[in-house]
Write a protein that binds this ligand. Sequence first.
Ligand code: CP
Ligand code: NVA
Length: 309
Amino acid sequence: MKTRHFLDLSSAGPDGLAGILHDAIERKAARKGLPKGAPDADAPLAGRVLAMVFEKNSTRTRVSFDMAMRQLGGSALVLDAATSQLGRGETVADTARVLSGYCDAIMVRTDDHAKLEEMAAHASVPVINGLTDLSHPCQIVADLQTILESGKALPGLKVAWLGDGNNVLTSIVEAGGLMQFDVVAACPQGYQPPEDVLARGRGRARCVANAREAIEGADVIVTDTWISMGQDHAEQKLAAMMPYQVTPALMAAAKPDACFLHCLPAHRGEEVTAEVIDGPQSLIWPEAENRLHAQKAVLRWCFGQIAAG
Ligand code: CP
Ligand code: NVA
């Protein structure tokens, strides 16, 4: 079998992604009630080790991948830039070759997407995107799982994005193209996603200037921090983003059963008000938990346990 890297949602394609989502939902239900650290009955990744390379901070990605490996019967270890030779200039290519000799898969969180691709080009084991400046596919697998579990089918949905045209938006746009839902992103001038990112939506993604236009009749409303990791905390950017804050007044323009998602960490009073993120339409806690279940399925896909698609 060709090494299956999960560099973006398109690595799995629509059928592979559908298989991943199905597996995530089934396995989550099947282990309900077990202690968090207890392995799934079939322990499908027994003996496997995941190396997690972090060049940026993380809470959810780090813990959910570690717990995912434990529940699948395997284990995980962490390398961070500050304490590994990566931080002293050892190349990504050499690191990829070395880790491939010790571990069965590699998860990478880094800045430049090209570093992730370089890791995959030189690794002989699966490489998984744990966030780059360009995209965050694992987050969106969890988001799609959360939407499905809320009772909505993906095809035909209107997903509204408000705020910065960032890495999380790239993966939502790509998901729209693969799973046939519309993405309308409201972003201020200068912070819109580039055309090649919108093109990942295969005709289903567009960008507008007006927040209300995006949210009108939406089924799902998504936002994220206005200042991503590695970006300057610029007052000018915060001011430009203010009209895109997700407020109860804006939420009222969405469908009555619309849900709110946020990958976290959140900044209440910036991209979203406390009333919305802590309110009845918010699904942020199941969304965060689903990182675990979604990534177990991504890992199983990488190891050939879910059809390639
Ligand atoms: N949503 C997300 O990726 O969170 P972390 O940065 O905590 O991993
Ligand atoms: N856009 C955010 C996502 C964090 C999970 C960032 O890149 O910092």
